[in-house]
Design a protein. Structure first.
Length: 348
């Protein structure tokens, strides 16, 4: 399976207290203020990224929807991939908020659906993913101007008309059987975390078959960090500096803060680290060291511009059409990627 020559490139606004110059060193952390995170968005827009992921962390950083509303009119040439945590809001209110965001952004809204446990709760996958599937359906109905359903009773949709008059693309990921089934039926873009090229191909094949079985097609996104420098040696040295002084106890404490710390996807990131070489490379240019101090997306593409470009193009050949990238510190790495790699794809 191949994709268009020009994939979508998104950067990451570190709303969840996830920016630093040295992982594991609290003194090196950069607070997730509006000013700092809006600077990340502005840099990504200036570098020519297509969109920006606005992540959600219940107890970490600042609120995603509030931030998106504030920044929507400040930056006009970049899509907003807004993460929402299913179950945090009453669904009719969520529909109204997102439709309003779509208006504010002039139709530049995309939605990242998250299905992790909520604070203080531990629920089965069947319950969580059932709620996720229902939320996806309610979003589509609300954006289409159709009545919603609350506790089995019909409810008129919010009288907010979106800019596009259709549901923004829904991004969703997860490796469990329940998550894959929900993605096949309800997502537009299946979003995966870093993995080996062989495993990426296997996941794309499985999800494509699942979607085809219910008469649908999926696009595929890849969420990964990046460390690019003029030379491979400089990139590898930058990776080493990023985790310099990090001990296992500190890394474990950082990872445990996340609400998805026990998910199947997080377990897979741990498995990648276990399979990696002594420095953390699990395959050429895919470095897992970053996951020692981060739950979830735990690997980075590391190399010089030629190597990073080649790695991304191999993912494209497997079927990836959207990349959601990040790097530490986020403003600086967005600039490096924008200058050293992104023009190669803009030129086709």
């Amino acid at each position: 399976m191949t994709t268009k020559n020009r994939p979508d490139f998104f950067w990451f606004a570190a709303l969840c207290d996830d920016d630093t110059t040295n992982l594991g060193n609290p003194a090196a952390s950069i607070v997730s203020s509006y000013d700092h995170c809006s600077n990340i968005v502005a840099e990504a827009a200036a570098q020519g990224f297509d969109g920006i992921l606005l992540p959600s962390g219940y107890a970490l950083g600042i609120d995603t929807v509030a931030f998106a509303a504030a920044v929507a009119r400040d930056v006009e040439n970049i899509d907003l991939l807004v993460a929402i945590r299913v179950g945090e809001l009453w669904t009719p209110q969520l529909v109204r908020q997102l439709a309003t965001l779509d208006q504010l952004s002039g139709g530049r809204l995309r939605i990242n659906i998250i299905s992790s446990d909520l604070p203080g709760k531990t629920e089965s996958g069947a319950i969580r993913y059932g709620r996720t599937a229902e939320t996806m359906e309610q979003l589509r109905r609300g954006f289409a101007g159709e009545s919603l359903t609350v506790d089995g009773a019909p409810l008129a949709p919010p009288r907010i008309v979106s800019a596009t008059k259709h549901t923004p693309p829904l991004y969703f990921g997860g490796l469990s059987p329940e998550a894959r089934a929900v993605a096949a039926r309800g997502a537009d873009v299946y979003l995966m975390w870093p993995d080996t090229e062989r495993q990426v191909a296997a996941i794309i094949s499985d999800l494509s078959q699942r979607a085809a079985a219910v008469g649908r097609e999926l696009s595929f996104g890849y969420r990964v960090h990046v460390i690019v420098r003029e030379t491979e040696r400089e990139a590898t040295e930058a990776a080493a500096v990023l985790i310099e002084g990090l001990d296992d106890e500190t890394g474990s404490a950082i990872r445990a803060k996340s609400l998805d710390a026990t998910s199947v996807g997080v377990a897979r990131q741990q498995s990648l680290r276990s399979d990696a070489d002594d420095f953390g490379f699990v395959e050429p240019n895919l470095w897992t060291g970053i996951g020692r101090a981060r739950s979830g997306c735990g690997a980075a593409i590391v190399g010089n511009p030629d190597q990073v470009e080649a790695k991304l193009r191999r993912y494209m050949e497997l079927g990836i059409s959207s990349f959601i990238l990040s790097g530490y510190p986020h403003v600086d790495e967005a600039r490096r990627f924008g200058e050293l790699v992104l023009p190669r794809f803009h030129l086709g």
